[in-house]
Design a binder for this molecule. Structure first.
Ligand SMILES: C[S@@+](CC[C@H](N)C(=O)[O-])C[C@H]1O[C@@H](n2cnc3c(N)ncnc32)[C@H](O)[C@@H]1O
Length: 210
């Protein structure tokens, strides 16, 4: 078991997929209440709306789906079918209990996604490209499972974006692999949030696979 108390501070200081697996196994049962509710988390809603606003359609893969908050908004907006992938079986159990997803795929994204190439017309991710979690090195695995023309909406914590070189990676991908890139910036938390991260922002990387 992890010795870390599951909260935002410990999540931001994780340093490997195994540490993520351990922390989220403990956090899964009360993530929605203790984190999303208390911190007035909004990023999943911004991400889902941005995807739909850009014309995104199913079938969609929700990457780092966790307990399914982003999938729930997508589903309410009429998008489907939606599959969820995550490293944490416990988070995926919570997601499945919401009866939103067609299927769940337990996988460590740093090792690829075990589905056939070009399976999805849309790829979304909220809250997973952040401190202690995933960086731009996993973009090729996402592009592999996307169909030509597939719409992406990936939230990326703004400070993480600078630190891990997302801009450079996206510029490289624009040389023939992605198109129509925009990076709207949104607040991760709402007006009820308190504490040191309450004003944090994220970019939503919107683009299409060529
Ligand atoms: C902050 S949560 C976000 C969950 C959900 N998308 C949301 O917005 O509430 C980050 C998720 O990323 C997952 N994750 C972390 N590292 C991962 C990896 N290497 N592969 C797949 N999922 C990973 C965690 O298990 C966790 O469910």
């Amino acid at each position: 078991m992890s010795k870390k108390t599951p909260d935002l501070h410990s999540a931001y200081s994780l340093s490997s997929p195994d540490e993520n697996r351990q922390l989220y196994a403990e956090w899964a049962g009360d993530y929605d209440d203790s984190f999303a509710g208390r911190e007035d988390y909004q990023l999943h809603t911004h991400t889902a709306r941005a995807f739909v606003g850009a014309g995104g359609q199913g079938p969609v893969l929700d990457v780092g789906a966790g307990t399914g908050l982003c999938g729930a908004v997508l589903s309410a907006l009429g998008v489907g079918p939606i599959d969820a992938t995550d490293i944490s079986a416990e988070m995926l159990d919570q997601a499945m209990s919401k009866d939103i997803y067609r299927d769940v795929i337990e996988a460590d994204l740093t090792r690829g996604i075990p589905v056939p190439r070009e399976s999805y017309s849309g790829i979304v991710s909220s809250g997973t490209f952040t401190h202690g979690h995933l960086g731009p090195e996993v973009f090729p695995a996402l592009l592999r499972v996307a169909r030509p023309g597939a719409q992406f909406a990936l939230s990326i914590n703004a400070r993480h974006f600078e630190k891990l070189g997302f801009a450079e990676k996206l510029r490289q991908l624009e040389q023939g692999q992605i198109r129509n890139l925009t990076l709207p910036e949104v607040r991760i938390y709402g007006d009820l949030a308190a504490g040191p991260n309450k004003d944090d922002t994220a970019f939503i990387a919107l683009f299409e696979r060529v």
